[in-house]
Design a protein around this ligand. Structure first.
Ligand SMILES: [Cu+2]
Length: 143
């Protein structure tokens, strides 16, 4: 009897995990980062072993009249950081993070939100593919 219950609970847990994984990036909730993949293979950074997962680095860029407000954004993060790139624009287009090759639609009133883990070190252009195309940022990922 207890065995059956335990098995059932395990199945429910598995289903819950699957549901959680598949609902990633669907959406609006602004609270926790979207890419909560329940993988156990987390590489721990060599330095500073933090017991709790650090909050994602949020990078916000606003584009007005074909220009990034305040100039080209130059965020710097460390390899392994979780990053959430939020781009708002007064024109519709596609936000493109080169290197990682992530692209999201943006429209007035509907910011693009790109959540990812900075696994590749280097410097990567962030563009708004619209008419005309705008170079809006440069992300630096330091190893
Ligand atoms: Cu591009």
């Amino acid at each position: 009897m207890t065995k059956v219950l335990a098995a059932c609970a395990a199945l429910l847990a598995a289903a819950a995990l699957a549901g959680c994984g598949s609902s990633e990036e669907a959406a609006p909730p602004d609270t926790t980062e979207p890419e909560t993949t329940h993988t156990t293979t987390t590489e721990t950074p060599p330095t500073e072993t933090a017991p709790t997962a650090p909050a994602p680095v949020t990078v916000r860029i606003a584009v007005r009249s074909g220009r990034p407000v305040g100039g080209i954004a130059r965020p710097k993060v460390r390899q392994g950081d979780r990053v959430v790139l939020v781009v708002s624009a007064d024109t519709a287009g596609d936000v493109h993070l080169h290197g990682y090759d992530l692209e999201r639609r943006v429209a007035p009133g509907a910011p693009a939100r790109i959540g990812f883990r900075a696994t590749i070190p280097g410097r990567f252009e962030i563009e708004l593919h619209a008419h005309p195309e705008v170079h809006i940022g440069e992300l630096t990922v330091t190893p």
